[in-house]
Design a protein around this ligand. Structure first.
Ligand SMILES: *Cc1c(COP(=O)(O)O)cnc(C)c1O
Length: 341
């Protein structure tokens, strides 16, 4: 009776192979909830695709991709810090590549863990992590194994920005250049311009790029008729009309109906803040569950593993055991089961 992710294996993989052919040096990213597929599955898939290197977000994720059977090199994207005990314990592993984003961390690794395979992160317009390559001492790099300079651009990063940052790194020491978030065309241009190896890290476009290759469905677990004004749920809110309460798998534990924050600017543009407030006040927030061809309201806020949905009218439009479509945000959802179609 679970929340299920169904993947069309042939279609999913065809998209990945196409992107890999378009992006020489592509490095797949498997981090967080594994883009809804799970880290182990993405690790296994990366192996199937014959990709030699995989990137994870944090050191704690390395064991999960190893459990998925990935045997190649693993890049940890979050920069190493001296207080990160898990990342520090991994420094002796020759298959792990560490990202370093502060001069003092490079110096510490060079003196205490010489030979470590490092990617040196260059500061970008993101102002997230990164250093100015001009501040890096060549002798520090000599003590380490430089696997490349890495550039994490804002969404839709520009070729000009990538080029100037890459050249700043290459002026200090020649090495591969790793980027994120360039268009395929810009990346290929950069790849052609630079006389060093290049890599682009991709998660979303690789795993989620073909929206028709996967879908999430939920199971109807119970159906009850209800009269207008009858109290229901934990909060004993009153049914807004005559209709049906459907209990459907999928709740807070799955990350259902929990959107990642949207920038206030675009919310205001769309008037969503106001609209959501009004719907909440009416106790009729639209749910992501589709019954009878359209999204239905929550009868009350989602529970841990299931949700109470209200269907007005004289027919429930679904029966116990039916599977209904549910719209999920793949970077926050965790399904109970994966099915191959
Ligand atoms: C997460 C991450 C990526 C992948 O981002 P997508 O938008 O999912 O492709 C690439 N590079 C870095 C440094 C990241 O942290």
């Amino acid at each position: 009776m679970p929340l299920t992710l169904t993947i069309d294996r042939v279609r999913w993989e065809a998209h990945q192979r196409e992107l890999i052919a378009d992006v020489p040096g592509l490095v797949p990213v498997a981090k967080g909830n594994g883009y809804g597929f799970g880290l182990e599955l993405l690790a296994e898939q990366s192996g199937r695709l014959g990709l030699p290197t995989l990137a994870v977000g944090v050191a704690q994720e390395v064991d999960r991709v190893r459990a998925g059977g990935f045997t190649g090199d693993v890049v940890v994207l979050n920069p190493w810090r001296p207080f990160d005990e898990v990342a520090t314990a991994q420094l002796g592993d020759p298959s792990i590549i560490v990202t370093v984003s502060r001069v003092e961390d490079l110096v510490a690794l060079a003196s205490k863990h010489p030979g470590t395979r490092v990617l040196v992160e260059i500061k970008t317009a993101m102002h997230r992590h990164g250093l100015d390559p001009a501040q890096v001492d060549r002798s520090t790099l000599d003590a380490l194994t430089l696997e490349g300079w890495t550039i994490h651009l804002p969404a839709d990063g520009s070729l000009a920005a990538a080029r100037s940052l890459a050249l700043a790194g290459l002026a200090v020491r020649k090495g591969p250049v790793w980027v994120s978030h360039l268009s395929e065309a810009d990346y290929r241009a950069l790849h052609a311009e630079l006389d060093v190896e290049t890599h682009m890290r991709i998660g979303t476009r690789l795993w989620l790029g073909d929206r028709h290759a996967y879908r999430t469905t939920a199971t109807v677990l119970d159906v009850h008729p209800i009269s207008k004004g009858a109290p229901l749920g934990y909060h004993q809110v009153k049914a807004p009309k005559n209709g049906f309460i459907l209990i459907i798998s999928g709740g807070t534990a799955h990350g259902v109906a929990m959107a990642a924050p949207v920038p206030q600017r675009s919310l205001r543009q769309r008037g969503v803040t106001v609209l959501e407030g009004l719907l909440d006040a009416a106790g009729r927030t639209l749910s992501p569950f589709e019954v009878g061809g359209r999204k239905r309201s929550f009868a009350e806020p989602p529970h841990m593993h299931s949700s109470m949905i209200f269907v007005p009218g004289s027919a429930p439009l679904a029966q116990v055991g039916d599977e209904v479509p549910v719209t999920t945000r793949m970077t926050t959802v965790t399904t109970d089961e994966i099915r191959w179609a």
